[in-house]
Design a protein around this ligand. Structure first.
Ligand code: TYM
Length: 344
């Protein structure tokens, strides 16, 4: 039996607009998990500054993520909604993990390679160390489950490696401090649902992403009904009708993506959607997808705009959430320091 009670942690970077991938891959699962688990949902502003951010835009972006959590139905009383930079222990534990993780491990991280691009020498040290901070986010609360999209899997695996190495490197000290079964849990990724990897609307082989130069590649939570309709209608497809079985998606990534999006928005599965739409032309299916997307996303976008018009309210939620997060983090950080051999 694991000595660690179940706790959920996840985070989203306040960079650019939130898109359908963030919503279906992450936020929808947060809303479901709050029913069964103790959850912390973070706005990871320390991660955002691993690439340059304009201060005023960053502040707005932090509020936007908090507004998205609230507008999607995450309850700020039941869960903890906060921003990372208000809990100093994130950076503190990340430093210890920088001394536990190996350069070779970080060199293998695909996100760093993608984000640094060709000019690696000019990337910030923060961008390289990004995954150790992410491990600290999770382990600072001894979180056991981390709901994320597919693209974060490698990072969670690294967090497990760091937890394991810390537990091994300090095993004697951990035991001397009265712990059995390790100090940190090995967190598990929760990568769930038919939209764990939402693809670009322009190219079914590329992930939907904030950094894609084409606005038509993604649906943003802030898009209005017309914008959503336009983007769905323009989405790349092929000439065949929809298949009747999921095997028919072979070589048809765009069809698979749109069906996955429909399934996630309607709380169904790809199989379920094909039972309804298998054999239909894309024109028919796209119209149904527009109606569904507008019905599901429209109210979230409207509520986000309403909340964003009251920054003082959002800031008060983040401040109170940060206070509650600190109350969990401080004793764990204190023990980690004892284990490493610091005096406090
Ligand atoms: P970020 O801000 O890039 O994305 C936030 C969440 O959205 C998911 N996601 C997607 N899911 C499906 N399809 C897509 N196309 C898609 N694009 C993004 C991401 O998987 C993520 O769940 N490193 C993290 C933030 C982070 C974090 C953490 C997450 C920092 N510390 C601790 C969990 C736990 C990131 O950059 O997510």
């Amino acid at each position: 039996m694991t000595p660690f009670p179940e706790r959920v942690f996840s985070g989203i970077q306040p960079t650019g607009n939130l898109h359908l991938g963030n919503y279906l891959g992450a936020i929808v699962n947060f809303v479901a998990l709050q029913k069964t688990h103790e959850c912390l949902f973070c706005v990871v502003d320390l991660h955002a500054i691993t690439v340059p951010q304009a201060p005023n835009e960053l502040r707005q972006a932090i509020r936007k993520i908090a507004a998205a959590y609230l507008a999607s139905g995450v309850d700020p009383q039941k869960n903890i909604i906060f921003n990372q930079s208000q809990v100093a222990e994130h950076a503190e534990l990340a430093w210890i993990f920088n001394c536990v993780a190996r350069i070779g491990w970080l060199n293998r991280m695909t996100q760093f390679k993608e984000k640094a691009g060709k000019d690696r020498e000019n990337a910030s040290i923060g961008l390289f160390a990004y995954p150790t901070l992410m491990a600290a986010d999770i382990l600072l609360y001894k979180a056991t489950h981390v709901p994320v999209g597919e693209d974060q899997k490698q990072h969670i695996e690294l967090a497990r490696d760091i937890a394991q190495k810390f537990n091994n490197d300090f095993s004697e000290s951990i035991a001397a401090n009265g712990y059995s079964g390790g100090f940190f849990p090995l967190p598990e990724p929760l990568i769930q649902g038919p939209a764990a990897r939402v693809m670009s609307l322009r190219d079914g082989t590329k992930k939907m992403s904030k950094s894609d130069p084409s606005e038509f590649s993604r649906i943003n939570l802030s898009d209005d009904a017309d914008g959503i309709a336009q983007k769905v209608r323009k989405a790349k497809t092929d000439a065949e009708p929809l298949p009747t079985e999921t095997e028919g998606f072979k070589g048809r990534p765009e069809a698979e993506n749109l069906v996955g999006i429909y399934a996630a928005l309607s709380g169904s599965t790809a199989e379920g959607v094909l039972r309804q739409f298998g054999g239909a032309q894309f024109s028919t299916f796209k119209q149904a997808l527009v109606d569904l997307a507008v019905a599901k996303l429209g109210p979230v976008g409207a509520e986000m705009r309403r909340l964003e018009a009251d920054p003082a309210y959002i800031d008060s939620i983040l401040r109170e959430g940060s206070r509650r997060a600190r109350a969990i983090a401080e004793p764990i950080m204190g023990k980690a320091k004892d284990i490493v051999g610091f005096i406090r």
